[in-house]
Design a protein. Structure first.
Length: 383
């Protein structure tokens, strides 16, 4: 009787006869704390922790500049997926900005691109993938609580992104290798349906098909990256996916952190508007101190977050990041946060000015009182 691993291997070998073979990579980003301490984590969930390293031998220049977080790979697990048993791989990355990224790899072998739509909200026989990942994120948060500064009380909603990785070369109906750009032109509607999670391909309009696949980038004839808001399609050789996936993962982490700080700013602005309206001097002094500390925190956060993707030694990798950042509207998020920080700064300056005016008024009143006391004293002495 065949074991589970043998069954998986047979399915993979049978899948080679299908037109499309590869992995679906799920990326889940969680904001779990204000920041992480600088002490290295040696072990997590019973596995050794090491720095994440990318093989940069694919393209020039030889030395890519990548941010390297701490990372742990968990033992692969067998699951029953949409097309039978699969071997699922989990990896967890730890970032000093107080975020964790969990990636999940699920292999596939299908005959048609549209067959991959069922992998979007992946369901296993024992539950959904997203629920399993949330439980894993909670375990990570609890185990690393000593390493976090101001950790969240409850794991927030994750920022998720799905990447469909097709092994190159893609083939036509006759099984002949095909140029990746030509393949996209012939399968644009099917790719758009995959990225938008539309099960009925024919219902998708031409306009939506064009819009969803407009950000397509290619370096060699065999590779292709198509980035959309909720998912992406990557075609490349099996050993060349990592750097593209990592760039997308960093952009997804940035989005999660920007959303988290946007919520913090909303709460801070609401408190500031309310508290600065009070007339108690001590209350306003505390508010101004809180605003000042928050401004410093945000400046530090912005610097650390942008340093994560500050340098890319490969211009094509930089193009991929720009495309995915445009899809995520990262620049818009940065501008929104910058405007709110400016509003917070204006409130601080207004409150500071108001506080100084009150102190000046009190000083003037004190001087007048001293002058009156001096006159009274002189009058009593003469009398």
């Amino acid at each position: 009787m065949a074991t589970g691993a043998e069954t998986i291997q047979k399915n993979v070998m049978a899948g080679r006869r299908n037109r499309y073979v590869g992995d679906v990579v799920y990326m889940f980003a969680f904001d779990v704390a204000y920041e992480m301490t600088r002490h290295p984590v040696r072990e997590l969930l019973g596995q050794p922790v090491a720095q994440y390293v990318i093989d940069s031998s694919k393209r020039n220049p030889r030395h890519l500049f990548f941010y390297r977080p701490q990372m742990v790979r968990l033992p692969a697990q067998e699951r029953l997926g949409p097309h039978g048993p699969v071997r699922v791989e989990f990896a967890v990355k730890l970032l000093p900005v107080g975020a964790i990224s969990i990636t999940v790899r699920v292999p596939f072998a299908v005959q048609h691109v549209e067959d991959l739509v069922v992998y979007h909200d992946l369901q296993f026989s024992n539950g959904s993938l997203s629920e399993e990942v949330r439980r894993l994120a909670e375990e990570v948060r609890r185990e690393l609580s000593a390493y976090y500064i101001r950790p969240v009380k409850q794991i927030p909603e994750e920022e998720a992104y799905t990447v469909f990785c097709l092994e190159a070369p893609v083939v036509d109906r006759d099984g002949m290798p095909q140029n990746a750009e030509a393949w996209l032109k012939a399968h644009r509607r099917q790719v758009a349906a995959l990225l938008t999670q539309e099960p009925e391909v024919d219902r998708l309009s031409t306009q939506e098909s064009e819009e969803s696949t407009t950000r397509a980038l290619s370096y060699y004839e065999h590779d292709l990256v198509v980035a959309d808001w909720d998912a992406a399609l990557v075609i490349d050789k099996a050993n060349s996916f990592d750097e593209t996936l990592y760039v997308m993962e960093l952009a997804n982490l940035q989005l999660a952190e920007l959303e988290a700080y946007d919520r913090i700013l909303d709460d801070a602005l609401e408190r500031s508007y309310r508290d600065l309206g009070e007339r108690r001097i001590r209350s306003q002094r505390d508010v101004l101190r809180e605003i000042r500390e928050l401004r410093i925190d945000l400046a530090r956060f912005s610097d650390e977050l942008q340093n994560i993707t500050k340098f890319f030694g490969d211009w094509h990798v930089a193009r991929i990041y720009e495309a995915i950042a445009a899809r995520f509207h990262l620049n818009d998020w940065h501008r929104t946060i910058d405007e709110k920080v400016k509003t917070l700064d204006d409130l601080y300056q207004l409150g500071k000015s108001d506080q100084q005016n009150r102190w000046m008024l009190m000083l003037e009143v004190t001087i007048v009182l001293l002058f009156i006391i001096d006159l009274v004293a002189l009058f009593l002495v003469k009398k």
